[in-house]
Design a protein around this ligand. Sequence first.
Ligand code: ADP
Ligand code: MG
Length: 300
Amino acid sequence: MQSIGDIINNLNPEIAKKHNLAQIYQQVLADRNVQQFLNQHKDQITSEMIKKSWSNLYEYYLAQHKQDPVTAGYRPELFLNHHAIDLRYVPDESKIEQNLRANTKKHLHLISLPETLHDVRLSQVDGTAAGRVEALAAIQQFLAGYPQNPHQQGLYLSGSFGVGKTYLLAGVANSVAAMGKQVVFLHVPTFIAGLSSHFEDNSLQKEIDRVSQADVLLLDDIGAETLSQWSRDDVLGVILQARMDNVLPTFFSSNFAMADLEDHFKETKNALDPIKAKRLMERVRTLAKEVVVSGPNRRH
Ligand code: ADP
Ligand code: MG
């Protein structure tokens, strides 16, 4: 490799003088990061390459020192590209995090649940609290196996009000969404109560399909909804059947233990129907394994 002095001496003296190029060359080539790059690759880099790649070196030099909203969150990086020095912009750490966050958000569809659940990460959950150990272990086992086997059984988190069931499901939802899978997390009571709003624009079937076909579905607070025969059999029943048929992971949270949920399903607004309730309960049992979550009420 030639010295910086040689390179400068090789410039066309007329042009160099006119634009004060020698000085700019010197500045760029003396830049600490440029120097470091040239030293790192001194066996491969020739002065010919430096001349040929001049505009990249110059842009790299400028990019390090300017605040440009277009490249905010990216840093310039030199690299060898065949026989030239090339320039690329690589996301800095915070940009990687931002991308992951945006991607996660895009893949998780919340229905009738607060937007703040997008921010819940399982890594923030204290895993040592006795009432959550089993649930967290089961969740971790599911997530670890999910990339290889997207057809696992889900979990049914039961436990009293405020122990953190919704929070745990939000953690699962975001973890799966971060893998780029489509996730639907919905609050069952509000979803059931709002079904009639779809009648006007015939969007009900589309909504049911979206919920049925999500890679992972999480049904929050099942058992707290007020059911009609129709919403039990033709909405909830249909969704759960589709999940079973396609072996798609489905999670639940409920204040009811599985053993008590059947009684809730028996009773609709104007009928008692133990057979239909049993059938629905069979689907829940097939789809998910019950894990009890306990602990203090975290709402106070
Ligand atoms: P549940 O669904 O069992 O009724 P939630 O998941 O809604 O309970 O949790 C109750 C409150 O406690 C919520 O405000 C939630 O954000 C908070 N919370 C639950 N688990 C945790 C946790 N591990 N760390 C921090 N806050 C939590
Ligand atoms: Mg809840």
